[in-house]
Write a protein that binds this ligand. Structure first.
Ligand code: PEP
Ligand code: MN
Length: 346
């Protein structure tokens, strides 16, 4: 099965630059991915005040032209209620909310209020994760738009800012979108590998990882001449590179219901048994911590003895090394256990 047939696919340049550039790019993308929605940013909330900030409302007719001439739905980023009104009046029904906007609850509420006027129209709102890894901020933004009556809401994972440059422009922190999906299992979740990777060579790796996890689609930046792009030049694919990417992405197309997969069922049974034992042990560990608490109280000993904690932590980290468990995992689990023990001792 081809990835092209089933997924939500949004493809196009970071920014609309000229009428000719968007039209030529849309035409090239249509040849490769006929069912893709065409994206192009008109209003660009840029971090650098001197960077290109978008052509603004002038580009609305360029997108409208693509819709009527090529029959492709178009998408753009909205930052203010006015942008929403302008887009909808022009017939642009796919609107995304950028990472810098999702992080601002007052702005989010004003967008939700503007969208509530159009709740009976087929409007699609794509909500990018906030720039910081705060799942509640993301969730709050989604809830505001849902409460405005918008039926089609799609979450977009575009990675998170960090102080230092890592391998990626925006670190993926997969656990955040996975937790969002756990809380809202029916909410479609797509990945924006372009803004995570920040460079064309990384786009394939991130997109493939998203598909393995089970994302519902991708938003990808593609420009007919990326070298001369006015924004995000390093991460935009040429149409040929897009074709190559879509051909190489491997989809996990297993549609067998979990209930019929006996291998999976047997493995899950083992996990459940181990969890039963683990919880029994955790409960016993906490009971012992409580006895230690009583003893410390009776002997006037302070509860916190950090050298003891360092000792047991170091021992477990050493052990974990030979069992393919990461140090970070040991630290996280031990911290939770230790905090719970201290609570019991109090
Ligand atoms: C974009 O999609 O071009 C963009 C600016 O996205 P983000 O809000 O994820 O930075
Ligand atoms: Mn961009």
């Amino acid at each position: 099965m081809s990835f092209l047939e089933d997924a939500i696919l949004i493809v196009g340049p970071c920014s609309a630059e000229t009428k000719e550039q968007v039209f030529a790019t849309a035409q090239a993308i249509q040849q490769i991915a006929p069912h893709a929605i065409f994206r192009a940013g008109l209003w660009k909330p840029r971090t650098d005040p001197h960077a290109f900030a978008g052509v603004g409302a002038e580009g609305l007719t360029w997108l409208q032209n693509i819709q009527t001439q090529l029959g492709i739905p178009t998408a753009t980023e909205v930052v203010t209620p006015e942008h929403i009104r302008l887009c909808i009046e022009t017939g642009i029904r796919h609107l995304w909310i950028g990472a810098r906007t999702t992080a601002n609850p007052i702005l989010m509420q004003s967008l939700a209020d503007a969208l509530s006027d159009y709740k009976d129209e087929p409007i699609y709102v794509y909500i990018k994760n906030p720039i910081n890894p705060d799942i509640n901020l993301w969730r709050g933004a989604i809830e505001r738009i849902a409460e405005a009556g918008i039926q089609h809401i799609i979450a977009v994972h575009r990675g998170f800012s960090t102080l230092y440059n890592t391998e990626w422009r925006n670190t993926p922190m997969w656990s955040v979108p996975i937790e969002l999906k756990r809380r809202y299992p029916t909410l479609p979740l797509i990945c924006d590998p372009s803004h995570i990777a920040g460079r064309i060579e990384g786009v394939q790796t991130i997109a493939q990882e998203a598909l393995e996890i089970g994302y519902d689609g991708l938003m990808i930046e593609c420009h007919n001449h990326p070298q001369t792009a006015w924004s995000d030049a390093q991460q935009q694919l040429t149409p040929n590179e897009l074709k190559e990417l879509l051909n190489t992405l491997a989809v996990r197309a297993n549609k067998v219901s979990n209930k019929q997969d006996t291998t999976l069922l047997a493995l899950r049974k083992q996990i459940d048994e181990i969890d039963d034992e683990l919880w029994q042990l955790i409960s016993r560990r906490l009971d012992i911590a409580e006895s230690i608490g009583t003893h410390k109280r009776n002997t006037q000993m302070p509860i916190l003895q950090s050298n003891r904690y360092e000792e047991i932590l170091f021992k477990r980290i050493e052990w974990a090394k030979s069992h393919h468990i990461e140090e970070e995992t040991v630290r996280t689990l031990m911290e939770v256990l230790h905090t719970e023990s201290i609570k019991r001792q109090l």
